[in-house]
Design a protein around this ligand. Structure first.
Ligand code: AMP
Length: 359
């Protein structure tokens, strides 16, 4: 349980912007990073000491990687279980395989959330068209059909209104194992980002309000406009989930706010887009917290430095960067991606209104 000394090497599975920002946070603490993933020239490669471009199931490459690092973490939750098992026999993997397996499968995730006393939308497992037809009268009339695995940013899901063509919906998801969820007419969407250290200490940021555009996170504002009871409940849910998973690192829990209730939608076993504001807006960023936790170091303080807003720069939004750079106090982050595509997260901008200037 001794903390990793400065100079230790952190292996990161996945090389996207989350890995890039993790590596940038690891450097001031004296750690070196080694990214492993299948993508050629990933964004994180520009800022790390070493990169291995290989398939997640390439055992020869994984063996060399495991031998060259002191701890392994991830920035991408859909790493195959066999990859984590292989690595875990050779080097500590944080967070562990159980947290990953829970978050990778929407059915397991919802069963788990309910088992620790959190509430979710009503749901049913759907493995066939007959299951879908049988579940619709119980879960509907409005419902969302989602693949159990590999969905993100609204991909792998179909909204079903009353009288929807169920055959077509089932085909749209390619007949993949799915769940049917009741449609939640939510008042808002929030997330709670929690950090859990190796010794079990937990800290969280206040709940974050998230606004989506085309199913992709557009804007996050913290603190979310919730009453004290809701804040306490949201933080307790995230804390309970992290504890029950014996989690190490940063975890994000997305929830729907509906009337007086909070319903867990998704658990992300990693740093999260809705926490990017913490780089400038909190005493310790989510990226530094994650590095501290996985290296066995004490957590930093998670207090906010003001009212903070983060705006994603998606696709062509990146053209706004020159103007944003001319705006005093706008913190611009670019992820080093050369190809601009619609829906692609190119960067973000954070604005902090210090407490003494909040209207
Ligand atoms: P997910 O991939 O589960 O995070 O869903 C992406 C987005 O779709 C969410 O952030 C919501 O805006 C919306 N959504 C997902 N599930 C539901 C639901 N059961 N009811 C209403 N909206 C939903």
């Amino acid at each position: 349980m001794a903390p990793l000394p400065p100079g230790s090497r952190i292996g990161i599975l996945g090389g996207g912007q989350l890995g890039r920002m993790l590596a940038l946070a690891a450097a001031p603490l004296g750690f070196r990073c080694h990214v492993f993933g299948p993508e050629a020239a990933p964004p994180a490669a520009q800022v790390v000491e070493a990169v291995t471009i290989a398939d997640y199931l390439d055992e020869a490459a994984l063996g060399t990687f495991a031998g060259s690092v002191d701890v392994v973490t991830l920035e991408f939750e859909n790493v195959p279980a066999a990859c984590l098992e292989f690595l875990a026999e050779r080097v500590p993997v944080r967070p562990g395989a159980r947290a990953l397996a829970t978050a990778q499968d929407r059915l397991v995730e919802k069963d788990f959330a309910n088992s620790v006393g959190a509430t979710t939308a009503p749901y049913a497992a759907v493995d066939s068209l007959d299951d879908l037809k049988g579940a619709m009268p119980r879960i509907g009339p409005r419902a969302v059909l989602k693949t159990r695995r590999l969905g993100y940013d609204g991909k792998g899901q179909v909204m079903l209104e009353q009288g929807a063509d169920l055959d077509q919906a089932w085909q749209a998801l390619g007949g993949a194992a799915s769940i049917l969820e009741g449609y939640i007419p939510f008042d808002g969407e929030i997330s709670v980002i929690a950090a859990r250290a190796l010794d079990g200490t937990i800290a969280t940021y206040p709940p974050i309000a998230n606004h989506h555009r085309n199913h992709i996170l557009d804007r996050s504002v913290v603190p979310a406009d919730l009453d004290t009871r809701q804040v306490g409940r949201a933080v307790a849910i995230a804390t309970d989930l992290a504890t029950a998973l014996d989690y190490v690192g940063v975890l994000a829990v997305e929830m729907f706010v509906v009337d007086d209730e909070l319903l867990v939608n998704e658990i992300a076993p990693r740093v999260h887009n809705s926490g990017h504001w913490s780089i400038e807006g909190a005493v310790t960023s989510q990226f530094e917290q994650h590095i501290r936790a996985i290296c066995g170091l004490p957590l930093g303080a998670m207090a906010l430095l003001g009212r903070v807003e983060m705006q994603n720069l998606i696709g062509d939004d990146v053209g706004r960067v020159p103007g944003l750079l001319a705006e005093p106090g706008a913190h611009v982050h670019l992820y080093g991606k050369t190809a601009v595509r619609p829906g692609r997260k190119m960067g973000h901008v954070t604005r902090v209104i210090p407490w003494n200037a909040v209207p």
